[in-house]
Design a protein around this ligand. Structure first.
Ligand SMILES: *[C@@H]1O[C@H](CO)[C@@H](O)[C@H](O)[C@H]1NC(C)=O
Ligand SMILES: *[C@@H]1O[C@H](CO)[C@@H](O)[C@H](O)[C@H]1NC(C)=O
Ligand SMILES: *[C@@H]1O[C@H](CO)[C@@H](O)[C@H](O)[C@H]1NC(C)=O
Ligand SMILES: *[C@@H]1O[C@H](CO)[C@@H](O)[C@H](O)[C@H]1NC(C)=O
Ligand SMILES: *[C@@H]1O[C@H](CO)[C@@H](O)[C@H](O)[C@H]1NC(C)=O
Ligand SMILES: *[C@@H]1O[C@H](CO)[C@@H](O)[C@H](O)[C@H]1NC(C)=O
Ligand SMILES: *[C@@H]1O[C@H](CO)[C@@H](O)[C@H](O)[C@H]1NC(C)=O
Ligand SMILES: *[C@@H]1O[C@H](CO)[C@@H](O)[C@H](O)[C@H]1NC(C)=O
Ligand SMILES: *[C@@H]1O[C@H](CO)[C@@H](O)[C@H](O)[C@H]1NC(C)=O
Ligand SMILES: *[C@@H]1O[C@H](CO)[C@@H](O)[C@H](O)[C@H]1NC(C)=O
Ligand SMILES: *[C@@H]1O[C@H](CO)[C@@H](O)[C@H](O)[C@H]1NC(C)=O
Ligand SMILES: *[C@@H]1O[C@H](CO)[C@@H](O)[C@H](O)[C@H]1NC(C)=O
Length: 510
């Protein structure tokens, strides 16, 4: 026991105190994950023990941390960026303990977390904008940066890429690449899409024709300067609904009508937009059409000396111009309204109104049949109505008795045909107090004075005629109201026959 105690006292008494404690690393340029490092702790003294401190905590051995040579050597296999220390070595023996100066390991790492940050950050940029792109990475030493546009290396270097007054062709995928010239590692950021748009301006809607005509094919084209994203067509202020005859072509650039219809008239607008601007243009389409539905209004029956007023109308854009023709050929007026004092029975007939549209170059006609009669019947009083009733009875009687009618020349002038024709069928003629011109019948009877006293012959139509006025009158006649032959002829505008060659007789049957 004493001996042992003595030995202890002797060893304690003769132990050499610790001194010159130093840490050295076998390498100073370390690369994360690639490098291993040995830290050696050297010191003077006897009966030494070693302890490693990593910053302020004691280092413990593990897979990648080895303590060898009695703890004097600390080996870190495959260093990480967290192994930079500072490391200190504490050396102690029973009589002393000494701690080394701290040693830092310089470990290069990265780049990691390479990140591109735009300012401002927008989905779209207006042409002419300034954009700043900043790139960052976790790296030691600091990374160097280069820039790529759509995979192509740009000449610009450095952590910030400034895009001044950016142009359309600078759109694309930007990315930055960080490079660590010690670890020789690179890392590329996620790409950032820069979309440069030009503001929409000068929108216009143009028509393929300046005279759109019903039935033709017409295109409206919507254009604008700038970066066109969308086109929206409207008609008369609401979204355009495409009907059977409409088609959109060219991503909405062309609105095609095939064929154009009347109902397509209206105000069309086209709004061109992109995310940074929009512009709108309008076009008023007037569909030219017609003429259609030509109509004539006015008298169908008129009496001499009255004023004929016929009005012609047609649906047409632009308004139709009108031409009036009589008997299909003779042009009598160039306006929608035909006003004319009727002076001759021969003005009966078909009045044609031709409507013409000078844009569509189409014409359309309507025909109006006019009957001209000699004289207007007097307006009928109660007594007159009674007279008509009586007259009717008389007609029945006269029909029974047989009519008397002279009609010698079937080729008599057409002018009086209408009147005579109405009578030829009726065997019995009547006269209810000469209530109308139709009650009066004229026959053209020619008496040719033959020099040799021979048979009477019918002469050519052009010869002067002889007339007999034949009045068929079963009832009491209103003689005073009968027009004389001269008056009648005047009304008919037939030149009176020359005396000497003609004989007239008024034949009246009472
Ligand atoms: C790091 O190690 C990898 C293989 O483990 C090797 O390819 C690379 O070149 C090394 N880097 C450096 C800088 O020595
Ligand atoms: C330092 O020591 C480690 C571990 O022994 C070794 O792998 C490495 O190669 C050494 N470095 C140098 C520069 O000798
Ligand atoms: C040193 O300490 C840090 C934490 O502070 C740790 O992450 C690292 O692994 C340690 N290194 C060694 C060699 O113990
Ligand atoms: C080392 O010495 C310090 C005083 O200098 C003391 O506080 C510490 O406990 C000692 N450590 C050991 C392990 O003896
Ligand atoms: C070691 O690193 C620490 C911070 O981690 C620093 O305060 C100290 O000055 C460094 N020492 C040396 C010798 O570089
Ligand atoms: C872009 O930057 C230039 C120079 O700093 C400046 O003159 C210009 O006004 C900027 N453009 C815009 C759109 O901010
Ligand atoms: C981009 O367009 C500008 C003109 O707007 C032209 O000067 C420039 O060369 C173009 N750049 C590229 C890469 O095409
Ligand atoms: C690494 O890059 C830095 C600048 O980031 C430079 O100062 C240094 O000389 C470069 N080292 C090598 C080995 O290229
Ligand atoms: C209208 O546009 C369509 C499609 O582009 C084309 O086929 C057609 O010929 C055009 N029609 C006219 C009248 O321009
Ligand atoms: C109509 O005109 C034609 C030719 O001008 C003529 O031959 C015909 O007799 C006329 N008809 C009438 C009813 O006047
Ligand atoms: C007028 O035209 C109609 C047919 O439209 C025809 O029946 C009639 O005979 C014509 N009248 C004259 C006087 O030409
Ligand atoms: C068509 O007629 C209208 C009048 O009805 C006239 O103003 C216009 O100038 C004419 N257009 C043409 C192309 O003749």
């Amino acid at each position: 026991m004493d001996v042992l105690f003595l030995l202890y006292v002797v060893s304690a008494t003769f132990a050499v105190p610790v001194s010159n404690v130093r840490v050295t690393a076998n390498s100073s340029d370390l690369i994360e994950f690639n490098s291993s490092v040995s830290l050696s702790c050297s010191s003077s003294g006897s009966s030494l023990s070693f302890l490693w401190l990593n910053s302020s905590s004691e280092v413990t051995a593990s897979d990648r941390v080895q303590l060898t040579d009695g703890g004097a050597i600390l080996t870190i296999i495959s260093v990480t960026r967290y192994d930079q220390g500072p490391f200190r070595c504490r050396v102690f023996n029973p009589v002393s303990n000494v701690t080394s100066e701290p040693v830092n390991l310089s470990i290069s790492f990265g780049p990691d977390n390479t990140n591109l940050k735009p300012s401002p950050s927008q989905e779209y940029y207006v042409k002419g904008s300034n954009i700043s792109l900043s790139c960052s990475a976790v790296s030691r030493p600091a990374a160097q940066f280069q820039w790529f546009l759509n995979g192509d290396l740009l000449t610009a270097r450095g952590p910030e890429l400034r895009l001044m007054n950016i142009q359309m062709n600078q759109s694309g995928n930007y990315s930055c690449q960080a490079f660590n010239n010690i670890t020789m590692r690179t890392q590329t950021s996620q790409p950032y899409v820069v979309s440069v748009l030009e503001r929409i301006s000068g929108a216009s809607v143009k028509s393929s024709t300046n005279q759109p005509v019903d039935g033709n094919s017409v295109n409206l084209t919507c254009e604008a300067a700038g970066s066109v994203f969308t086109r929206q067509w409207m008609k008369d202020g609401s979204d355009l609904i495409l009907t059977d005859n409409m088609m959109l072509y060219n991503e909405g650039r062309v609105l095609s009508f095939q064929p154009l219809k009347k109902k397509d008239s209206g105000e069309y607008s086209c709004k061109i937009s992109n995310p940074v601007s929009s512009d709108e243009a309008k076009y008023v389409m007037v569909v030219n059409y017609g003429p259609e539905n030509v109509k004539i209004t006015g008298e169908t029956l008129i009496y001499l000396q009255e004023t004929l007023k016929l009005t012609c109308s047609a649906e047409s854009t632009p308004s139709a111009s009108y031409t009036w023709m009589w008997n299909k050929t003779e042009i009598i007026s160039y306006s929608a309204e035909l006003t004319k004092v009727i002076t001759e029975l021969s003005e009966s007939g078909n009045y044609t109104c031709q409507a013409m549209n000078n844009v569509t170059r189409r014409t359309l006609s309507a025909v109006h049949e006019l009957t001209v009669k000699a004289e207007r019947p007097p307006s009928c009083s109660a007594g007159c109505i009674a007279g008509i009733v009586i007259a009717c009875l008389v007609v029945v009687g006269a029909a029974a008795g047989g009519g008397y009618y002279i009609y010698k020349n079937k080729k008599m002038t057409k002018k009086s045909n209408r009147d005579t024709d109405t009578r030829t069928g009726g065997g019995g003629q009547n006269n209810a107090g000469f209530s109308g011109s139709q009650e009066l019948n004229y026959a053209d009877i020619r008496f040719f004075q033959n020099s040799n006293g021979g048979a009477v012959q019918l002469g050519p139509q052009s010869n002067p005629s002889e007339y007999a006025q034949v009045q068929v009158n079963s009832g009491s006649p209103a003689v005073s109201s009968l027009p004389t032959y001269e008056v009648h002829m005047q009304r008919m505008q037939i030149p009176a026959a020359q005396s000497g060659t003609q004989t007239y007789s008024q034949v009246r049957r009472n």
